[in-house]
Ligand binder design. Structure first.
Ligand SMILES: [Fe+2]
Ligand SMILES: [Fe+2]
Ligand SMILES: [Fe+2]
Ligand SMILES: [Fe+2]
Length: 432
């Protein structure tokens, strides 16, 4: 790939970045006809904008320098307008559950891409661990998409992402302190790794916020509880990825990484986009971000007198290439469904957990009346005699074995589907 130094590219001057309301609110894509990966790009970019906007709010609240404040509040209004444009590319008739399947497809296929493109083993391991959890969320939500809205999950997923049991959601609830990871060394970590992490934090944070803000929109109590349960896991995911960030990165460094992450994501989406209208939007947003990046770089030089390329390098990175990751997910599933976070954030297998494992308390408290993520499957079995599962024959038939591997000795909800039940329901053929 030819080198592209975004700091040397031409950006759109800030005064031209203020758009009219007609330009801000664009025609949405079509719920059914849009490519599933155009939708995942739109979802992710919304999260990237929200993160950049909120970062600037947090900073300005702690800031005394009026000149710098003026710059940050001007740019953050533009981030806000960008966010509105992007989020509202989703059509009004894309239901909350449709969008939810899109969010989990982002989480699965993005995390799989990042894990395979991550040179730091510790960070890759963190990504792989989260991957199997979002994969299981997709499976639980898919039950309700079919039960409540009669939406075949592939209307949204386009057969790019499998829908089967992962590491069961009831086991994702941990003592949040166990989720804390070791921060990267800011002087030794590559710009690529920094961008990868911030991209994933942005995706997880907006997934959490979306569930927190939309779970109540269904009248079905079991589904509401599922949103509450998975929202809590996304909170843990934000903790897990966010704690990879070091405390000693300065705010100017963080700003540079934020604008660089935005620009790289737009660049990646622009290169990959198949929808011509969306491609034009990503291109325009990229030229806006190049300008933000240049302003952040100049401020870094002015306030800290250092070279911005020492932080972001001299080449664009590709943090969000979407393609089907079924084979990769399958390989991680087979190896890691029985993994858990244990003391000091080390990973352990279920059979080696001590009786006083810190996460049992939270699992027993939240799951004492049964867990919604198992209820989802119980309801599917009640309605269709089996679960909604989409994958090749071999993977679907492997569900019982994967479950057996991942069951804990303790902290199991009373409404958990048994291994035998899984074996039994997999034999039932389901016509969608
Ligand atoms: Fe932006
Ligand atoms: Fe998730
Ligand atoms: Fe997640
Ligand atoms: Fe920006």
């Amino acid at each position: 790939m030819t080198k592209i130094n975004l700091l040397k590219e031409k950006g759109m001057p800030l005064e031209k970045q203020v758009k009219s309301w007609h330009e801000i609110v664009k025609r949405p894509y079509n719920r059914v006809l849009v490519d599933s990966y155009s939708r995942t790009r739109q979802i992710l970019l919304n999260g990237i904008e929200t993160e950049s906007w909120f970062f600037k709010h947090s900073w300005v609240r702690m800031l005394d320098d009026l000149e710098l404040k003026k710059v940050l509040v001007s740019i953050r209004r533009l981030e806000d307008m960008q966010q509105t444009t992007i989020n509202w590319l989703a059509p009004h008739n894309q239901s909350v559950l449709d969008t939810t399947l899109g969010y989990e497809q982002v989480a699965v296929d993005l995390t799989a891409w990042l894990a395979q493109n991550e040179d730091d083993e510790y960070i890759k391991e963190t990504f792989d661990f989260g991957l199997l959890e979002d994969y299981d969320h997709l499976y639980r939500y898919s039950q309700f998409a079919y039960l409540i809205e009669e939406t075949h999950p592939d209307i949204i997923l386009h057969n790019n992402t499998d829908v089967t049991i992962g590491r069961p959601t009831q086991f994702h609830h941990n003592c949040n302190a166990l989720r804390i990871r070791k921060p990267y060394n800011k002087d030794k970590t590559s710009p690529k790794t920094k961008v990868n992490i911030l991209t994933l934090i942005s995706a997880e944070q907006q997934t959490h916020n979306f569930y927190a803000e939309h779970g109540f929109m269904y009248g079905n109590t079991d589904l509401k509880r599922l949103y509450a349960e998975i929202c809590d896991v996304e909170e843990e995911h934000v903790t897990m990825y966010e704690t990879l960030l070091p405390h000693n990165e300065t705010m100017f460094e963080k700003w540079l990484i934020h604008e660089f992450t935005e620009a790289c994501n737009y660049y990646n989406c622009y290169v990959d986009e198949t929808d011509e209208k969306l491609k034009l939007i990503w291109e325009e947003m990229l030229s806006m971000e190049i300008e933000h990046l240049k302003i952040a770089a100049k401020s870094y030089q002015k306030y800290e007198n250092k070279d911005p390329e020492a932080i972001i390098g001299d080449n664009v990175v590709m943090p969000c290439h979407f393609e089907s990751q079924k084979e990769y997910v399958k390989s991680v599933l087979n190896k890691e469904t029985n993994k858990r976070v244990d003391k000091n954030g080390t990973f352990n297998t279920v059979d080696k957990l001590n009786d006083d494992w810190n996460s049992y308390n939270i699992q027993k408290s939240t799951g004492k009346d049964g867990v919604p993520s198992e209820q989802a499957i119980n309801l599917s079995i009640n309605s269709f005699n089996r679960d909604i599962a989409l994958a090749d024959y071999e993977l679907i038939n492997n569900q019982a074995n994967l479950l057996e591997k991942s069951l804990q000795k303790d902290g199991i909800a009373t409404n958990t589907i048994s291994v035998d039940k899984y074996k039994e329901i997999q034999k039932i053929k389901f016509e969608y």
